[in-house]
Design a protein around this ligand. Structure first.
Ligand SMILES: *Cc1c(COP(=O)(O)O)cnc(C)c1O
Length: 500
């Protein structure tokens, strides 16, 4: 299996190369040249597999240059019972007869990014060996909160790698910030950027495309790579859990193999929902994708009108990991919907960066609306969904999952569609405890209480245990307190690597 670039389909590289590079040299994203398919018999057989076995089955179809032993070792190192506190890794919770939460937050940082970022460092170190890389790999990450911590946890103390994470100064929750600034490990660094997530991401992109800087790093035996969700090694492990969730429904007798389901995903960078779409391309019977956004509803408008327009007010919401105006992985989806037209992708992406806006063709619009339903909700609706779901089912969701649930409820009200539905549950409610408690009680209830008091309160209200990694934060010292301007990011990297 080879990988092409979305902006130049003549580029063709192995998966090891795609994972090592992260982004193609001309700015495109790597996509598989074709999609392997699973027969219904093969999908049916997955029901009796463990999560590890399901992961191997799916990943081996894509990472064909990895040996069986290499791949199994990566999977075993990533998805341990110790790190995930559950054998099933990504359990499915039955809310009622039509809605099922796919809980993707049992990993070490309590958010779904762990699903990919626990395995990426292992895929990357194997990829480095396979491509005879002698430079040390430097992972540069711009984060809206969850990615940063998950990447730090994944890469800490992994030989032959270093990692530096930039987060928007005022765009992440208190807990997220604490998780990052207390990070341990001998190869890690963290800095806050004055601005929002897009400022941080643009700053990182600028460093990646700076040829002169690349040469300077190379002379010092460093190569840049990305752990953002544009890396193929991030995306491919996410396909696994959609197969796994489907298999769990089959195994539990909730559906018979072949039944079609819907999938709802709270969406930001479009990585998670794209993985679900790729699962469908591989044969998983998914009828509809429901793309849920918060008030930063660029994608809702895009899916409903075919116009992508990032020229709008940026909202800081209670679901900060979805506060995004440029959904990078959409590029891969558009490449697929245009049957691999690198010309159209180049045209649209050039327009996006020059004018902040582009419009897709009528054919693409039509395919979009056949496959996708898109909706959004504001913070008040997000809170209402948390309160309602707790009252009705005694189940407590985090704010991102609540966006998905609120939009799903709108979808059902609008269409009457009662197809069994998997709702991606992307973070533990403990990670966003303040907003969750405001939703369940009110502002006064949380006023003056610190993060750790709130964790205890939420444990009492929800009947759930505080995740160990969050409880431990209380006693960890702050290690990183750097705040930098948008144009100082390169210097921060240089200081960390001690190059100039
Ligand atoms: C990253 C994130 C999302 C958005 O996922 P994308 O793959 O970027 O669309 C949703 N919820 C949480 C909790 C996240 O961390």
């Amino acid at each position: 299996m080879q990988y092409n670039s979305t902006r130049d389909r003549n580029i063709s590289v192995s998966s090891a190369w795609a994972i090592k590079k992260g982004l193609s040299a001309e700015g495109g994203l790597f996509v598989p040249e074709s999609f392997p398919t699973l027969s219904m018999e093969e999908i049916d057989a997955l029901a009796d597999y463990t999560y590890h076995e399901r992961a191997y089955y799916v990943l081996s179809k894509f990472l064909t240059d990895f040996t069986e032993a290499e791949l199994k070792k990566c999977i075993a190192a990533a998805y341990t019972k110790e790190k995930f506190e559950t054998n099933s890794i990504a359990p499915v919770y039955e809310l009622n007869q039509s809605a099922y939460f796919l809980e993707l937050w049992h990993g070490p940082t309590c958010a779904f990014k762990d699903m990919a970022l626990q395995i990426l460092p292992h895929l990357l170190t194997v990829s480095m060996k396979k491509t005879n890389e002698s430079n040390e790999v430097v992972i540069l990450v711009a984060t809206s909160g969850d990615t940063g911590k998950a990447a730090l946890e994944g890469f800490k103390d992994v030989n032959g790698t270093r990692i530096i994470v930039f987060y928007p100064e005022n765009g992440v929750s208190e807990i997220q910030k604490r998780q990052m600034v207390t990070q341990e490990g001998n190869n890690v660094s963290v800095a806050a950027v004055k601005g929002n997530f897009d400022d941080a991401q643009n700053g990182v992109k600028k460093i990646f495309t700076d040829e002169e800087y690349k040469e300077l790093l190379d002379r010092n035996h460093f190569s840049l790579s990305s752990a953002n969700s544009i890396n193929w090694g991030r995306l491919v492990p996410q396909i696994v859990y959609y197969f796994s969730a489907y298999s769990d429904l089959v195994k539990g007798g909730k559906i018979v193999c072949g039944d079609r389901i819907n999938v709802v995903v709270p969406t930001g960078n479009f990585g998670n929902i794209l993985a679900a779409y790729y699962a469908k391309k591989m044969g998983l019977p998914i009828a509809r994708f429901i793309c849920a956004s918060n008030e930063n509803n660029v994608l809702t408008e895009f899916i409903n009108t075919g116009v992508y327009n990032k020229n709008r007010e940026f909202h800081t919401t209670i679901s900060p990991s979805m506060d995004i105006l440029i959904s990078s992985n959409l590029e891969r989806f558009l490449y697929d919907l245009t049957d691999g037209s690198d010309t159209l992708i180049r045209e649209w992406m050039t327009k996006l960066s020059a004018e902040g806006c582009y419009e897709v063709t009528p054919e693409v619009k039509e395919r979009l609306s056949e496959l996708f339903f898109a909706g959004f909700c504001d913070d008040a609706e997000t809170m209402a969904a948390i309160r309602r779901t707790k009252a009705e089912y005694d189940y407590v969701m985090d704010t991102h999952t609540a966006v998905a649930k609120a939009v799903y409820d709108k979808y059902v009200a609008q269409t009457g569609d009662n197809t069994k539905t998997i709702i991606a549950s992307t973070a533990s409610p403990f990670k966003f405890n303040q907003s969750v408690l405001i939703a369940l009680e009110d502002f006064n209830y949380v006023a003056g209480k610190d993060e750790f008091t709130l964790l205890n309160e939420l444990a009492q209200k929800s009947g759930m245990a505080i995740p160990k990694s969050l409880a431990e934060l209380k006693n960890k010292p702050v290690i990183f307190d750097t705040v930098c301007g948008r144009d100082e990011m390169r210097q921060i990297v240089s200081d960390f690597l001690m190059v100039d």
